[in-house]
Design a protein around this ligand. Structure first.
Ligand code: FES
Ligand SMILES: [Fe+2]
Length: 363
């Protein structure tokens, strides 16, 4: 799991002034709205004596610890310590607070300490709000799988034939695949068609490319987009923002855009089809072994059909080299003894933080 990327926190309409507990990257956070309805995400651990802020409440725009009532504003600074009768609150009285953005009906938080101009962006949805495009309501589901397994599943066009037979997709014409590198990921698109006997040759086959094109991309470790072009004019694009809850669980937020079947009455049918496809993937993902991808490719037999998986893993390796990969083994070893926080951007310019930074693997 990696810090320094944007992660989906919850649906916008789930978040109110009452604090919402959220687990991401194996750590606990509290989300809330202030009096101006601005969304905030802070570390859940009160630095007084470890109270859980998400069990508290919001007062005058601050999140209040339920244990002794310390009040923290959305930027993480402690605004009030009720038991301290005089003097200023100490400078060390602060918790990690993360940048948030609300887009596409979701609340996103940047879990890391990079300054704004260095942050990988939230993957954009250019069709959002455009004439001729319809967005399904955002849906989310929890899957008992490691999020990288889920992303790799979405990057793998060859499972469709076996996992989603009812979709009746024709065969991929492998030679037609186009791979495009992006700033924070890779996109591929393949033409689908069928293999037919050549009229001239006895047993020779030729690929007849149909109109259907489909592909997918990853952006950062946790965004997966699937684009299906039924014709040159009609498409269905699914934006998947994956929230790694921990090493075994993933919350998948899906936003589906389409420029066909635009009648609102068809929303339910489209939703059902998507849910069926997701159910089919879930059965596979929840039974993969080991739960996490092995950390060496010698423990799997990858072939040319796994090219996107390899590119994804290569990118993860680059982010690990930047020091963004969490040392989840150390976190697990110290679970219950040490409260960690993902360092927030304020740690770059102020010192004296109470909680330890989540340990990272420096490769
Ligand atoms: S533990 Fe939070 S106020 Fe004491
Ligand atoms: Fe699938």
């Amino acid at each position: 799991m990696y810090m320094n990327f944007w992660y989906p926190v919850c649906a916008s309409d789930e978040l109110h002034e009452k604090p919402l507990p959220v687990t991401l990257l194996g750590l606990k956070f509290a989300a809330f709205r202030d009096t101006k309805q601005q969304a905030h995400l802070v570390s859940d651990t009160c630095i007084h004596r470890g109270g859980s802020l998400s069990k508290g409440w919001v007062k005058d725009g601050c999140i209040v610890c339920p244990y002794h009532g310390w009040e923290y504003s959305g930027d993480g600074l402690c605004a009030r310590i009720p038991s301290q009768k005089k003097g200023k609150t100490p400078g060390r009285a602060k918790i990690d607070a993360y940048p948030t953005e609300e887009r596409y009906g979701l609340v996103f938080a940047f879990l890391g300490d990079l300054p704004e101009n260095e942050r990988p962006p939230i993957f954009p949805i250019p069709e959002w709000g455009q004439d001729g495009w319809r967005a399904g309501a955002p849906v989310w589901r929890d899957i008992n799988c490691y999020y990288e397994r889920s992303v790799e599943n979405g990057l793998d066009p060859y499972h469709n034939e076996f996992v989603h037979p009812s979709q009746g997709l024709p065969k991929i014409i492998a030679e037609s695949t186009v791979v495009t590198e992006m700033d924070w990921g890779t996109h591929f698109i393949a033409h689908f068609g069928e293999l037919r006997k050549k009229e001239s040759g006895e047993d020779e086959l030729e690929a007849v490319v149909g109109e259907l094109r489909a592909g997918s991309l990853y952006h950062g470790p946790n965004t997966l987009v699937t684009d299906i072009h039924f014709t040159s004019e009609t498409a269905f694009i699914q934006y998947g923002f994956e929230a790694p809850i921990d090493m075994n669980t993933t919350r998948l937020f899906l936003i589906n855009m389409r420029n066909c079947m635009l009648d609102p009455e068809l929303d339910e049918r489209v939703k059902e089809i998507n849910a069926r496809v997701a159910d089919e993937d879930t059965v596979i993902l929840e039974n993969l072994w080991p739960v996490r991808t092995p950390n060496t490719t010698t423990k799997e037999l990858l072939t040319s059909g796994d090219e996107m998986v390899l590119r994804y893993r290569a990118h993860l390796g680059e982010w690990a080299k930047k020091g963004w990969q969490l040392d989840t083994a150390a976190m697990a070893q110290n679970a219950g003894d040490v409260a960690y926080a993902i360092p927030c951007p304020a740690r770059r310019h102020s010192s004296n933080w109470i909680l330890d930074e989540a340990p990272r693997l420096f490769t």
